[in-house]
Design a protein around this ligand. Structure first.
Ligand code: SF4
Length: 82
């Protein structure tokens, strides 16, 4: 089973401590005094969650992307016969 894809973002509260960059350099890089997400960063990197948890100001957020919208559970309709 493949891991769900993520959308990761760094918000303006980043204080530029570079912790996420050192923990997960495939995904984060510094842009001036703030961390940003690298272009074409591998969003399945296991270290993303660790970087999110380690950020001292909780500036990193991630959202799982459901790239298979058809993966709904069986939804049988229960209809009463008239
Ligand atoms: S760990 Fe948080 S505060 Fe530090 S550079 Fe990364 S996003 Fe910014």
């Amino acid at each position: 089973m493949t891991k769900p894809k993520k959308s990761v973002a760094v918000n303006e509260t980043c204080i530029g401590c570079q912790l996420c960059v050192s923990m997960c350099p495939r995904v984060f890089e510094m842009n001036g005094s703030k961390s940003v997400i690298k272009k074409d960063a591998p969003m399945d990197d296991d270290m993303i969650d660790d970087a999110i948890e380690s950020c001292p100001v909780y500036a990193i957020s991630a959202e799982e992307l459901d790239d298979d919208a058809s993966a709904e559970e069986d939804s049988d309709d229960y209809q009463m016969a008239a």
